[in-house]
Design a protein around this ligand. Structure first.
Ligand SMILES: Nc1ncnc2c1ncn2[C@@H]1O[C@H](COP(=O)(O)OP(=O)(O)OP(=O)(O)O)[C@@H](O)[C@H]1O
Ligand SMILES: [Mg+2]
Length: 342
């Protein structure tokens, strides 16, 4: 595969757009620039050109504010818009895989195959079953077109596109040296979950419960206005012993449902692969800043959870240290995209 030049990784979320520009990506990565911009409402994944233009405008503002000049960009498709599936093919030879994957894909992808761009990665071999193991990734062509349009409207050169979970896996591997872990990305509207084993991504799913639902639960319980509820969420989160545990109790049903979904994901993975799941959990995204979250996840799932630090092994100028000490884990996807070197 061709080597990619140094570029900007852009992570589109429903709440924020984040950009990370790195230098020397193949040798000694160094942060060149960093930017965040609020996402205009309702534009993510919209097929309307007007919405795509709005998103491009937000990108232009982000570029101007953070003084980024590099027009080469790599973007991530939101996890909820892609299909990924772990598959095994007993008795199938590597040269026959392409056909076999195509055939199997029909069963798993809920839209006609002509409408998706599909790729697969061979991620290992099951000796017992004599079966190559494959991760199938498919994205609707329409969704890919959306991001190509956004790049065009913003006068940027889209040099590659991938999924959020693949980017995050790269960030965790390159920065933290993690090869076996469960990654959780706490966003505004959804929480993405992915599993990496032996340095390869083997499972991913988007769970439609995000951190905004936690704020909403505080609104509903205490009749607070939204901003006040947001402050309480960020201030007290899941700390059980503050304000008589009232915020904790208000968040419990939502975060509890989320943990149930994560557990289901792990069970699915275990049944599919007949192997144990990693017990190390890395928490990412702005929603991971919720006070008490690592302790809660650890206890609730019986695992070892910590906030990820995607900045390890990247040289960072002192002027950024303050931002990163508060919200380092927000940038994992953007960093992973920026680190893509081929
Ligand atoms: N300090 C904090 N403590 C707790 N939650 C926070 C904090 N800062 C931001 N959040 C929450 O994080 C969420 C936004 O996270 P992020 O910017 O990663 O989302 P996104 O990637 O844009 O969204 P999505 O992945 O759902 O499309 C919001 O719900 C916000 O309330
Ligand atoms: Mg996100």
């Amino acid at each position: 595969m061709a080597k990619l030049p140094d570029h900007v990784g852009i992570d589109f979320g429903t709440h924020t757009v984040k950009a990370v520009e790195l230098k020397n990506i193949s040798t000694k990565p160094e942060l060149a620039n960093l930017g965040v911009q609020l996402t205009p409402k309702g534009v993510i994944n919209s097929e309307e050109r007007q919405d795509q233009k709005k998103l491009a405008e937000a990108l232009k503002v982000l570029y101007a504010n953070s003084k980024i000049k590099n027009v080469n960009v790599v973007m991530a498709l939101p996890e909820f818009s892609v299909f990924t599936r772990f598959l095994e093919f007993p008795g199938v030879k590597v040269e026959e895989l392409k056909k076999a994957v195509q055939y199997e894909a029909k069963q798993y992808i809920p839209i006609p195959l002509e409408q998706v761009q599909m790729s697969y990665i061979i991620i290992g071999f099951n000796q017992e079953k004599n079966a190559p193991r494959v991760l199938l990734v498919a994205a609707p062509r329409k969704t890919i077109e959306i991001y190509m349009n956004v790049a065009n409207f913003a006068n940027l050169d889209l040099i590659a596109i991938e999924t959020e979970s693949v980017a995050m896996g790269r960030a965790m591997f390159r920065s933290m040296g993690k090869k076996d872990c469960v990654m959780l990305d706490f966003g505004a509207n959804s929480t993405d979950m992915s599993i990496m084993t032996n340095g390869a991504l083997v499972f991913s799913q988007s769970i439609p419960i995000g951190s905004d639902a936690l704020t909403q639960s505080i609104v509903n319980t205490f009749n607070f206005d939204y901003n006040r509820a947001e402050q309480f969420k960020r201030g007290y989160g899941l700390l059980p012993n503050v304000v008589e545990g009232k915020i904790y109790n208000a968040l419990l049903p939502i975060i509890g449902s989320l943990m149930t979904e994560v557990r289901r994901g792990v069970e699915f993975y275990k049944n599919k692969t007949m192997s144990a799941a990693p017990v190390e959990y890395l928490l990412n995204g702005d929603g991971s800043l919720l006070p008490g979250l690592p302790e809660f996840v650890s206890k609730s799932l019986g695992v070892s959870a910590q906030i990820a630090n995607p900045w390890l092994n990247i040289s960072v100028d002192n002027k950024y240290k303050n931002i990163l000490s508060k919200a380092g884990s927000s940038y994992s996807v953007a960093i992973g995209l920026a680190l893509k070197d081929e």
